[in-house]
Design a protein around this ligand. Structure first.
Ligand code: SF4
Length: 168
């Protein structure tokens, strides 16, 4: 079983690798780390402590911490959705605020077990088709079929730069 200290260390290393910091409020930080640990124990992977998980790896892949939305959120708002990862300014001020959910509504709905809204399906159908491809992590060999590599490999945590196309 992963200990809280291991979860904390993992998050610290990840934050350092991107130039981020962890939330400066010790109690709040501990709650988030405990949430990650609980999810890892429950599902086998540390899904986001602030979002509902489907408990199915394929459906939760984008919200395995650090999620696909962390980097754009820290870049735009100085914090991730849960406020676990923050930039220097937010860290030093200690002030965090709710930010918009960047996760697409259809993925949220699937996590909650809802069918897609007809309107969402229609919008998706009308959108230009996204090209998905087979990609693999050059560090651990994890294979994924999607448009873009994940920001961080959910298995070995290698950055997206370590992903490459699998040529047919
Ligand atoms: S918002 Fe993303 S990076 Fe922040 S705790 Fe949740 S999964 Fe991790």
């Amino acid at each position: 079983m992963t200990t809280l200290e291991e979860v904390r260390r993992r998050a610290e290393i990840d934050a350092q690798s991107r130039g981020y910091l962890l939330n400066s409020n010790p109690g709040f930080l501990k709650d988030l780390l405990q949430g990650l640990r609980a999810n890892e124990e429950r599902y086998g992977y540390p899904s986001c402590p602030c979002r509902p998980s489907a408990g199915v790896f394929e459906l939760d892949r984008d919200i395995i911490c650090p999620c696909d939305y962390r980097d754009p959120d820290v870049e735009e708002f100085g914090q991730c959705y849960c406020c676990l990862y923050v930039d220097r300014e937010v860290h030093d001020s200690g002030v965090t605020s709710p930010i918009p959910e960047r996760r697409p509504p259809e993925k949220q709905a699937r996590s909650l077990g809802f069918e897609e809204e007809p309107q969402t399906a229609a919008l998706e159908a009308a959108a230009p088709e996204k090209v998905r491809k087979l990609l693999y992590c050059k560090v651990c060999g994890y294979v994924v079929f999607r448009e873009e590599p994940p920001h961080v490999c959910p298995i070995c945590r290698a950055k997206k730069e370590f992903f490459a196309d699998i040529e047919p």
